[in-house]
Design a protein around this ligand. Structure first.
Ligand SMILES: Nc1ncnc2c1ncn2[C@@H]1O[C@H](COP(=O)(O)OP(=O)(O)OP(=O)(O)O)[C@@H](O)[C@H]1O
Ligand SMILES: [Mg+2]
Length: 244
């Protein structure tokens, strides 16, 4: 579904990811974990070419993204939704208008926008909050709006960068339930970056551990465990294999 082949991304002299290759299967929930600065967000952002890699190829479905024209890339990006730790909502737009933004960018006819916005807000359980502004919502509700906005163009892939890091444990599990629903009911492939081992272990089928811009290992998730303060890749692997 998503394939990175020998991808390198540098920021000035600093190499954020170095010759990374990764395959995420269609219909998978795939985790990315690792210490701060390991390159997790950069990995996610090259997957929809928000960051243009210096070298390597990126396939989403059977489409190679790096060789596409601007117009083709815009089309391909419609199939890739993204959500963030800090929600990134437009503060002076209502819930309804925030979700409609992605449909406007995709030039969906106005009369179709309203139905689609409602449908997405119903999916995340916010149909009755359409006229509110972000400041009037809780963190969990804001993230639901962001999820509805990401779903508006019927993506095949949802990229999640620390989607629960600003939320309390109860709200975290609510948002994880929404993400699981998107995966199960809509068949969307999900890639989720998180520092929180409990998040990764509760939702992912496989997880890739990043270390200093490279992939340390990709492992299947088998059982549950507790977060630890040690952020070394060896520790992540141990804990994922549950022999910590
Ligand atoms: N736009 C940028 N300009 C310069 N350097 C950057 C930029 N984005 C990332 N970097 C650097 O690239 C490296 C990897 O960053 P990245 O954001 O991918 O890490 P991360 O694993 O997501 O970290 P965190 O867990 O703190 O979010 C870091 O050293 C970071 O400082
Ligand atoms: Mg990050």
């Amino acid at each position: 579904m998503i394939e990175l082949q020998n991808v390198t991304k540098k920021f000035g002299t600093h190499t954020a990811i170095q010759n990374v290759s990764l395959t995420v299967h269609k219909g998978e929930i795939h985790g990315l974990i690792g210490a701060s600065g390991a390159g997790k967000s950069t990995m996610l952002r090259v997957m929809n070419l928000l960051e243009i890699p210096d070298s390597g190829s990126i396939y989403v479905g059977d489409r190679e993204l790096t060789t596409r024209s601007k117009r083709e890339l815009r089309e391909a990006r419609k199939r890739i939704g993204m959500i963030f730790q800090h929600f990134n909502l437009v503060l002076n737009k209502t819930v309804e208008q925030n979700v409609a933004v992605s449909l406007q960018l995709a030039q969906v006819p106005k009369h179709q926008q309203i139905d689609r916005v409602r449908e997405c807000l119903r999916f995340v359980g916010l149909e009755d909050q359409m006229d509110k502004y972000p400041a009037q919502l809780s963190g969990g509700q804001k993230q639901r709006v962001a999820i509805a906005r990401a779903l508006a163009n019927e993506p095949e892939v949802l990229l999640c960068d620390e989607p629960t890091s600003s939320l309390d444990p109860h709200t975290t599990s609510e948002i994880l339930t929404v993400i699981r629903d998107i995966h199960e009911r809509l068949g969307v492939t999900v890639i989720i970056v998180s520092h929180e081992m409990n998040v990764i272990k509760s939702i992912c089928q496989r997880v890739t551990v990043m270390d200093q811009g490279t992939i340390y290992e990709t492992v299947p998730i088998e059982s549950s465990g507790i977060p630890k303060s040690d952020r070394s890749p060896e520790r992540f692997i141990k804990e994922l294999k549950n022999d910590a």
